[in-house]
Structures are given as C-alpha cells and as structure tokens.
Design a protein around this ligand. Structure first.
Ligand SMILES: Cc1ncc(C[n+]2csc(CCOP(=O)(O)OP(=O)(O)O)c2C)c(N)n1
Ligand SMILES: [Mg+2]
Length: 911
C-alpha cells in the first residue's frame, strides 16, 4: 500500500498511543537494507551485475531530477582492497636490501659531488621518495629490449636520475668513476649527465624528461604512435608498455594533463602513469590546503582513465578492517595535504592528538599502538606489496590507460636532514650525523669511519643481492634504460620524386607551400619512401592545401570511421581509417610535436625508420612549442618540421599573431636543427632530398626546419651547378648583366642577398637599380643564414686553435672573396639573421628585415611598412653606395621621392 492512502491514515488513528518511529532510525534501517541488497548482488552475481544495477539507479535518479554528487572522486583509501591484491612474487627481504644500497649510492653520489664542488646540484629527496616505485618496476615489470615484446618504454622522472644511475652501477653498466663524476661530464673518463639526456648518453637514456610536463605528454603520444605503427602494419603488436613516472607537482604543467583525454579516447591500454604523490614540490606543498591525490583522481577518471590509488600501506589494512562504520575512511578524507605533511614531520604523539583524536572511537582503534608505531605506519608508496598489486592491475588493464596515484614521503629515510620538510627538494648535503642515521636506517654495511668518506657500496658479485638483481633483469629481457639503434639505413632517395621540381613551373604560378604539398604526395606514392612518411598536421591541412591527402592516404583512427562523412560524395572526402597514414592531431601543436618526436625517434625506439613531416603555422612552432623541439634535438629525433605560411610580409591579412618573422631566429640555438628558408621549389626539393639522405641513409642525428610561403609566383628552373650552394646556404642566382670591362669600371656594383619570397623583391630591385640608377647588381639566394653562420664560426674557431696551420676559409668567404663592394640583404625575418654573417662579407652590409609586430594588411602594404620591398632594397643599395662615395650623395634622396618612400613613416620595429 502506498503511503498516504485512506486506509493507512485510519490504521494510524486506530493506535494513537503507539510512539511514531524515529525517522533517523528508519533511514538507517533503510540504508542497511539497500546495502545488504547490494552486497547480495556483488557476492552473489558479481561486480558486473552490481555495476549494471547502479547504472540503472543512476539513470532513474537523474530522470527524476535527483542531483547526484560527482562520482569522479572515491574515498581517500586504496583502490585495490587487500583481498584483491595480486600477491608479491619476489623476495621482500632481498629487494629491500638492494633498494637500501641504491638509496645509499644515490645519496652518496649527490653528497660527494656537492662536497667537492659546492653548488654543483643534484637531488636526493625525489629518488628517496620514489625508490620503491622504481624497484618494484625493475624487479618485476620493466621489460628490456631482449624481451619478446621488444622492451617497454620508460619515462623516468628527470631528477630521480641518481637512483637510476645507482642501479646501473650495481648492474655493472656504469663505473665507480662515472658515479664520482656525476654532474662532471667533462672530466677524464667521462661522467654522468644531471638528468636523462639521450644526446649526452646515447647508449643509456632514451627519453629526456626533466623539463616538467614534457615527459607525460610525450609518453601519451608515444603510446599512441606504437598503436599507429601496429595498425599500419609496420610493427607487430608486441604488448610493450609505456610507463611514465612523474611528480605530483609536475601535474601543474599544462602539458602534463593537457592530452590525457586523447589517451582515454584512443583506449591506450599500453600506457601507465605512475604519479609520485609525495605532496611536495620544490618550494613546499603541492596543495597544502587541498588534496592532490583526490584532485588528480577526478582529472583522470573524469576523462576515462582507470585510476588506482595507493595511499595506505599494509600496516593500515587491519585498522581499516575494524572501521566498520567508515569513521576512519571519513577522517582520512577530511585532512588537507599540508596537515598530512605535518604529521610526518611532527611524529606519533602529534598524529594521535590531531588525527586520531578527532573522535574517541578513532582513538580506540589505535589504542594499542605506541606513538612511534603510529608514526611509522607505512604509506602505500613505500610498501612493495601495495605497489606490486597496483602495477599488476595496471598491466592487466584491457580498455584504458591507467594512472597510479601513489602516496609517498619526500626525502623518505633522510630523517632530520629533510624527510617531509619543505627544504628537502634542495637538500644536497648531509652532515656526519645525518649520514650515520641514513646508514643505520637502511643497514648499509659501512663502518663509522667509512661513512665519513661516503663511499659507493657494491656487494660482491656472488652475494644474494647481486645474484637476485641480475637474475631478475635477465628474466625481464635485459637492462633498462638502454638506447639502441638497430634499424637499417634507408636507400638514398632517387631523383624520380624530385625531378619535376628541378624543372620549374613554366609560366604557371605556384607557392612553395603548393610545391611542398605536391612533393609530399609524390613521396607518399613512392614505393620505397611512401610507407615511411608520416604527415602530421594540427588541424591545418586545408590551410596548406593538403586536403587531397585525406582521401589518398587516410587519416589515422584507432577505430576506423564509424560514421559516413558529410562529404562522402566528393572526391576528397574526409576519410578516417585504421591504417590511415596522416596524423590529424586537432588543434594541438604540442601534441603534434610529440607525434613528430615519436615518429622521428622510431628508428631507435622501435627499430623502424619513419620520416615525419610536421606541417604547421610557423608562428605556432618554435615560439609555442620550442621546449619540445629542444627535447626532440636532445633525443636525436629525425624528420622535417615545416613552418607553413611563413614570412612576416608574405602571409597577408593575418596580422600580429600569425605573421612570423622570427622563427628562423628562434631556430638558431638548436644545435642539430638544420634550418632553411627556401625561395623556390627546386631549392626545397634539393634540401628535402638531401635531408632524407643525410638522416636516413647516412644516419646523421639531425632534423630540419623549413619555411614555406603562400605567395604564388613562377617557380623557375634550377640553374646548373647550384645544388651545393643551396645546401650550404648561398649561391649566385643571377649575375649582373654583362658590360664591357672598361665600362664596368665606372658602373657602381652591389651584391643583393635575398631569401624566401623576398628573393623576388631582390630580383626586382636588381632591374630597378640597373634601369633607373645605372647600378649593377649580382643576386644571391641565401637559403640558410644559420648554415653560413655556423660554417664561418667553425672555420674561425679552428683557425684560432691551429695558428700555424693553413687557415680554413669559411664557405661564405670562399664564395665571395672576389666580390668586393656593397652588400644588401633582405629577408622576411629579423635583421639579426643577415647581420649574423656580416663579419665575413668582403664589403659593408645593409640588412633589411621585418623586426616588429605584424599588421593585418595586403602583401604590398606589408612590404612597404616593413621596408623590404624592391624599392627599399634599391634605396639601401644607393644609400650605401653614396655613403662610401661610389655615387653622388643626392641620388638616394632623389630615389626616396622617385620611389614614393615616406621618410617620416613610423619605424616598424617599435610601432
Ligand atoms: C618546466 C620546468 N620548470 C621548473 C623545473 C624545476 N624543477 C625541477 S623539479 C621541480 C619540483 C618537482 O616537484 P614534483 O613534480 O612534485 O616532483 P618530486 O621531486 O616531488 O617527486 C621543479 C620546480 C623544471 N625542471 N622544469
Ligand atoms: Mg612531489
């Protein structure tokens, strides 16, 4: 009978003396009923059925307008209950002894380096907090390259490097001298780099991680690229995993969390994040007033990751088992991280009073534990059983990526020297007392006298520790980390693909972007090159006229195409496919760059040479994702970055935010980045053909940045004999028109240097100068200021160091030695570029460039505004000639009015 019916009312009125039931008691009884029903289902029919029912209830509640609390956070307890933990299969005792030795050696490495060279740096507390996380991985999970899966990919937290070195020392892969030379890489015998840098330790480190946030985002795209290779049939599905270790503080970097939804969307079950939640970053608590583990749980669960929280160690299991009313669970969720950190520093009495003391029933739960025992109740991240169970569950996960949130103590074991303290991150020195404490805490077999010297400790080869450690690594497929290049070189690309571009476009106009896209599609169709090419775009394919490739090569999607695209009827429809070749990343230059890195390092990580072309708005490359490009250089990435619609005045209309006049300058500092600003299709073809040869046939660890523009003009045929000049950065495009020797003596002469689309302005200026002012000019195409500059610096350095040998001549000087006279250089980039080579020119240089903020305007107006069109090139030449007395002083003045130049116009550099 429904409440409130007439009969019910009567029956209540019939018994007026019976007391009304207590509503709270009723509610409690009802809750118990419901919970008992749920238990029945869970234990009778299994969790799957329970999930179905809960889901049905949730839908019904929502339909009835009941607002449910957000479910992305679960209580502040371990995700895996003790009875569901996979049992730890190793020897707890031996592993603890190995770990203690590693802790000691990692600490000793930093302490000794700083004792000898104060200020040399290094970190003790990070590895101290993460040692168990790594050791469970090393002994049970991380598979080396000899394993049939080909080896897992491990992104180590950068500043935990001392611990990783310490292990490699026990494994016999690093010498004692190398450990002594931690952070002294230049010493005889070699040393160890501060952080993971494949550039510096190419046989050891695979992935640079210390720029916070770059490890996690790269790991995501790495896992995705692994799938891409498998789906395209270029690599077998091996079951290899990508593990990424990161800090809780590191999660504040936008890159860390910025791509986590992609990982879930793509169902990357090959990806595991282990987030070391020691609640501290460099300066202090990560979320003193909040709770970082809960916050991260919501972030990851919210987008579809599986989250495994490892908060409490096994010591807590019996206490939680007695928490029948959920009081303890509730209490755990009330404490903010700053307070949790304080418990660690203050000790047992404080914890009893402030945590357990909140309720007498809580106090009763731990009445039989001493203060010391209370203090030492172990956290999850320092308990191998808990960590093992979490990793085990993670590697078994079938449908999604996994984030393991592990609670640890920063500076674990450092005691007074820094355990849990705000200064711990920067702690690089331990005094004698602190080291003795460390020795005792971890039972390192060293005498007091030895401790003072802080030696590295290595147990004898036949000790149980060493035997165990080596055995486990053998079982897991060899040492980790290890970087190996096993791929075979590719044959150098033939002319076939490129010849068309050497011939020019006849009387048809085309931009270098169009030429590039055509070249790319020809490469994609080439039998040998085609399968290797990885076109990558951040939602800009149409901008660059690449949409034809959608249909031709397909856009990679891990599920294929589950819908009929709206343009299915058209020839160039939007085709997604499981074996699609294009990585259409959406609007994420950072993500696209990570795909570029994954593809460009595949020759080493997968043993499969891939040739990525990442095409993007040039303004959103080096400026926006410069640190990732730096990381690409560090990890010896190969491939082509193509900055489209480049040039501050060549990209019309877009204005200040899009018009790029400085990416070439930003590209200057990257040591292994080859940089070109080609003007013509044939230049581009020569550079790309040679680039593929150098990177994939010669196996040079370089990569390329090329600019391409969207201005249409006739692409000329390649003149004879210019290939070398194109590659080395400079060649003569057009000589001055011939005149008799006698006449030439009286004709003032200049050399005009032009790059990119501005080369055409320079060619126009050559005519202008000849026709209007009787000045003859040679025109030179400068394809790469960076190349010229570095070549000259190299020669100069060699000459300084070899004073008695025949001096080397920079290429620039060699090309121009006979070419005295005035030089004018114009480009669509900062004046800094031409000025960088001025010192080696045989005559004075006037540099024209596009320093300043861009404007929304058409090309002609922009080139006038930035003073880089043919008129300004001519004026610059006349000015320099007059200044040096080669022509009359009034000529430039006359040119200013002839050429309609406003001398009082604002300076674009500062306006
Ligand atoms: C982009 C960037 N910014 C700053 C730093 C300097 N830095 C190195 S470690 C660190 C704190 C890291 O804290 P967390 O991620 O919590 O790691 P923990 O050492 O606590 O495990 C900082 C700020 C850096 N390496 N990279
Ligand atoms: Mg931290």
């Amino acid at each position: 009978m429904r409440p409130g019916t007439c009969c019910e009312a009567v029956s209540v009125m019939d018994e007026p003396t019976k007391p009304l039931p207590d509503p709270a008691a009723l509610a409690a009884a009802e809750t118990r009923d419901w919970l008992a029903s749920l238990d029945d289902v869970i234990y009778g029919q299994g969790p799957e059925r329970a999930r179905e029912l809960m889901r049905a209830l949730q839908i019904r509640a929502q339909q009835a307008g009941v607002r449910l609390p957000t479910t992305s956070r679960t209580p502040y307890v371990n995700t895996i209950p003790p009875d569901r933990q996979a049992p730890f299969p190793g020897s707890r005792d031996i592993e603890r002894r190995i770990k203690s030795i590693l802790r000691w050696n990692a600490m000793a490495m930093v302490v000794r380096a700083n004792r000898e060279s104060p200020g040399i740096g290094g970190h003790i507390s990070t590895y101290a907090s993460a040692a168990t996380l790594y050791e469970v991985g090393f002994n049970h999970f991380f598979r080396g390259t000899d394993h049939e899966c080909g080896g897992d990919f491990i992104y180590f937290q950068g500043h935990a490097a001392p611990g990783i070195y310490a292990r490699a020392f026990l494994e016999g892969r690093l010498t004692e001298q190398q450990l002594e030379n931690f952070r002294h890489e230049l010493r005889p015998g070699g040393g160890l780099s501060s952080y993971p840098h494949p550039w510096l330790m190419p046989d050891f480190w695979q992935f640079p991680t210390v720029s916070m946030g770059l490890g996690p985002i790269q790991a995501i795209y790495q896992a995705r690229f692994m799938r891409y290779l498998e789906h395209r049939g270029l690599n077998r599905r091996s079951g290899a995993k990508v593990w990424c270790f990161l800090g809780d503080g590191e999660c504040d970097e936008p890159e860390t969390l910025g791509a986590i939804s992609l990982a879930a969307r793509e169902g990357l079950n090959n990806l595991i994040f282990v987030i070391n939640c020691n609640l501290q970053r460099l300066d202090g608590p990560v979320r003193g007033n909040g709770n970082i583990i809960q916050e991260l749980e919501a972030d990851f669960r919210g987008v579809g990751w599986k989250v495994i929280k490892v908060i409490w160690g096994s010591d807590w299991d019996p206490i939680f088992a007695n928490d029948t009313d959920g009081l303890l669970v509730k209490r755990c969720g009330e404490i903010c991280d700053g307070e949790y950190q304080k418990y660690q520093v203050e000790g047992g009495a404080y914890i009893r009073q402030h945590f357990w003391g909140a309720d007498p029933r809580l106090l009763a739960m731990v009445a039989d534990l001493s203060d010391d025992q209370l203090w030492k109740l172990r956290l999850g991240g320092h308990d191998p059983d808990k960590v093992y169970a979490a990793y085990h569950a993670a590697v078994e996960t079938r449908r999604s990526p996994v984030a393991i949130l592990v609670r640890t103590i920063k500076g674990y074991g450092m005691g007074e020297a820094g355990e849990g303290r705000n200064i711990t991150h920067q702690q690089k020195k331990l005094n004698e007392q602190e080291m003795l404490h460390f020795r005792d805490r971890f039972n390192i077999p060293l005498t007091d006298e030895q401790v003072v010297r802080t030696p590295f400790y290595k147990p004898p080869p036949d000790s149980a520790e060493m035997q165990y450690l080596m055995y486990r690594r053998r079982q897991l497929g060899g040492f980790v980390p290890r970087r190996m290049v096993v791929s075979s070189p590719l044959a150098p690309p033939t002319d076939k693909v490129f010849t068309e571009f050497y011939k020019g476009t006849g009387d048809r106009e085309a931009s270098t972007t169009m030429a590039f896209v055509r070249m790319l599609s020809k490469m994609l169709r080439d039998k040998n090159l085609g399968p290797r090419i990885v076109p990558i775009v951040p939602d800009e394919a149409r901008t660059f006229g690449m949409d034809a490739l959608f249909r031709e090569c397909g856009i990679y999607s891990n599920v294929g195409q589950l819908y009929e695209p709206v343009d299915r009827e058209s020839l160039l429809y939007y085709k997604e496919a499981k074996n699609g070749q294009i990585l259409e990343e959406g609007i994420t230059e950072a993500g696209a760059m990570c795909s570029f890195i994954a593809a460009g390092t595949s020759y080493a990580t997968h043993g499969v040479c891939m040739i990525p072309f990442f095409i993007y708005y040039s303004m959103f490359g080096l400026q926006r994702v410069g640190d990732l490009i730096w990381a690409a250089g560090d990890q010896r990435c190969r491939g082509f970055l193509v900055g489209g619609t480049a040039g501050r005045t060549t990209l019309a209309g877009e204005g200040l935010q899009h018009q790029d006049g400085h990416s070439l300058v930003l590209a200057e500092p990257l040591p292994n980045l080859m940089v070109y600003d080609p003007a013509y299709a044939y230049e581009l073809a020569v550079i790309i053909q040679d680039g593929i040869r150098r990177m994939y046939h010669n196996r040079e660890d370089i990569f390329y940045y090329l600019t391409v523009g969207n201005e249409n003009y006739i692409q000329p045929e390649m003149p004879a004999g210019v290939r070398e000049g194109i590659l080395r950065g400079l060649y003569r495009l057009r000589r001055a028109p011939a005149v008799s020797k006698r006449a030439s003596k009286n004709i003032p002469h200049v050399h005009l240097l032009g790059s990119g689309a501005i080369l055409n302005e320079v060619v126009k200026a050559q005519r202008l100068l000849a026709d209007k002012y009787g000045v003859s000019a040679d025109v030179w195409s400068v394809t790469s200021y960076k190349r010229l500059h570095r070549d000259a610096l190299e020669a100069e350095r060699w000459n300084m160091l070899h004073p008695q040998e025949k001096p080397r001549v920079p290429y620039l000087t060699e090309m121009l030695s006979e070419k005295r006279g005035i030089y004018v250089a114009a480009s669509d980039y900062l004046k800094l570029l031409p000025n960088s080579i001025a010192r080696w020119l045989p005559g004075p240089l006037v540099a024209l460039g596009t320093d300043g903020f861009g404007r929304s305007e058409d090309r002609a107006a922009l080139r006038d505004f930035f003073e880089v069109d043919a008129r300004y090139v001519a004026l610059a030449a006349l000015h320099a000639l007059a200044r040096d007395g080669h022509i009359k002083r009034d000529v430039p003045q006359k040119a200013i009015s002839d050429l309609d130049i406003d001398p009082e116009k604002p300076n674009p550099m500062i306006s």
